[in-house]
Design a protein around this ligand. Structure first.
Ligand SMILES: [Mn+2]
Length: 343
C-alpha cells in the first residue's frame, strides 16, 4: 500500500519538479550543459540562463562548447568563452542537453560524460534519449528554462530571476520565433516576453547581437545576382560555394543568415540556402506553411516544421540542390493534394 502510494506520488510529480529534485540531490555537484552543434540564440540563451541559476544553487557548472561561440554573444556567455572549444573528458554527476532533438547533433558520446542525462527540448520531431526527458512543443527552449526557474521559485529555492537570465531567455525566444513572426507564436509567448522585460531583459543588447556583419554585403551581392526562383512553387533558393564565402570574409554562420532575408520576400513560401563547404553542404530551409523538416529528415537532418536544416556529405552541391528542390516540390504537391481532399 505504501509502495503504491509512493508510485503514484512519483507519477504525479511534475517533470520540472523531478528535474529540480535531481539537481538538489547532495551527490550532484559537477554539472555539464550541452547544446546542439552550431548553437543558435535559443541554444546559447538556454544554456546561459540555466548555468546562471545552477551557480546560484552552488553547483559547479561546465558549459560544453562543441563549436566556437561568436564574439557577439560575449555578454551573454562571458568573454572567456568566445571562440573557444571546450569538450572536457571528465565525468559529471549530471549533464543537461538543451534544445537538441537528436543525439546526433552532439558530436561526442553523451553516455561517457555522465550516467544522468537530462534532456530539455522543444522540437516537434525528436528521437528518445537520456535518463529524464522533458519535451514540450513550445516556440523556444528558453520558454522551458523560464518555466523551470519559475518552478524553483515556487518550491521556495533561493534563486533570483536576474537581468542576465532574463536577457538570455528573451534572446532565445526572439531568435526561435523569428522576432515573433512565426505562426506558432502564442499569447503565452508574448506574456513570457513581457515578464522577461519586466525582469530586466536588455533589449538593446539583443538588438546588437542580431545585427548583420558588414562583410555580408559582399556575399549578398553574389547571392542576389545568382538567386533562383520558381514562380509555380514559390520557392526561392541559392547556392553559395566555398570560394564565395572565403572571398567575402564571412563565416558560415554569418552567411547562413541570408536565409532570413530570403524568407521575408513576398511570394516566397519556401526559401532554401545551400552553403557548400570543403566536403559538406549545409542546407537551410524556411517555409511559411509546409513541413520542410520532413524533407530535411530525408537528408539526415531535421528541425522544426517551418525551419529545418541538414548537413550532407556531397561532392556535387549542384546536383544535391536539384534533388532537394525536387523533393520540396513533391512535398508541396502532396500537402496541396491532402488539403484538397480534406475539402
Ligand atoms: Mn530551439
Amino acid at each position: 500500500m505504501v509502495w503504491l502510494f509512493f508510485m503514484y506520488g512519483v507519477l504525479d510529480m511534475d517533470i520540472k519538479e523531478q528535474i529540480i529534485n535531481k539537481i538538489l540531490n547532495h551527490n550532484v555537484y559537477d554539472i555539464a550543459i550541452v547544446v546542439h552543434n552550431n548553437p543558435d540564440e535559443d541554444a546559447i540563451g538556454s544554456a546561459a540562463a540555466l548555468e546562471n541559476v545552477l551557480l546560484q544553487l552552488d553547483k559547479n557548472v561546465t558549459f560544453v562548447t562543441q563549436n566556437k561561440i561568436r564574439k557577439r554573444y560575449a555578454n551573454i556567455v562571458g568573454r572567456h568563452r568566445v571562440n573557444r572549444i571546450n569538450v572536457p573528458y571528465s565525468h559529471f554527476d549530471m549533464v543537461f542537453v538543451l534544445d537538441c532533438s537528436d543525439e546526433s547533433r552532439v558530436s561526442f558520446d553523451l553516455t561517457r560524460m555522465s550516467d544522468t542525462i537530462i534532456v530539455i527540448d522543444h522540437h516537434a520531431n525528436y528521437k528518445e534519449y537520456g535518463t529524464l526527458c522533458w519535451r514540450e512543443n513550445v516556440i523556444s527552449d528558453t520558454i522551458l528554462i523560464y518555466k523551470l526557474i519559475n518552478k524553483m521559485q515556487e518550491m521556495k529555492l533561493n534563486v533570483k530571476f536576474n537581468k542576465e537570465i532574463a536577457t538570455a531567455l528573451y534572446m532565445g525566444l526572439r531568435g526561435d520565433s523569428f522576432n515573433f513572426r512565426n505562426p506558432n507564436v502564442t499569447a503565452e509567448a508574448h506574456e513570457i516576453s513581457a515578464d522577461l522585460i519586466k525582469k530586466g531583459a536588455d533589449l538593446n543588447e539583443i538588438n546588437e547581437i542580431e545585427r548583420y556583419p558588414r562583410s555580408i554585403l559582399k556575399l549578398e551581392r553574389e547571392v542576389w545576382s545568382n538567386i533562383m526562383y520558381d514562380a509555380n512553387y514559390r520557392i526561392m533558393y541559392a547556392l553559395i560555394n566555398k570560394d564565395t564565402i572565403r572571398n567575402s570574409d564571412t563565416t558560415y554562420a554569418e552567411a547562413s543568415q541570408i536565409i532570413d532575408i530570403m524568407k521575408l520576400m513576398q511570394d516566397v513560401d519556401v526559401a532554401v540556402l545551400f552553403l557548400s563547404a570543403e566536403k559538406n553542404v549545409y542546407i537551410k530551409v524556411r517555409s511559411t506553411k509546409y513541413d520542410v523538416a520532413k524533407v530535411m529528415e530525408h537528408y539526415g537532418g531535421g528541425g522544426h516544421k517551418l525551419a529545418a536544416g541538414a548537413v550532407v556529405f556531397s561532392d556535387s552541391p549542384f546536383s544535391l540542390m536539384n534533388s532537394v528542390i525536387k523533393k520540396i516540390k513533391e512535398l508541396i504537391d502532396k500537402e496541396k493534394q491532402a488539403k484538397k481532399s480534406k475539402k
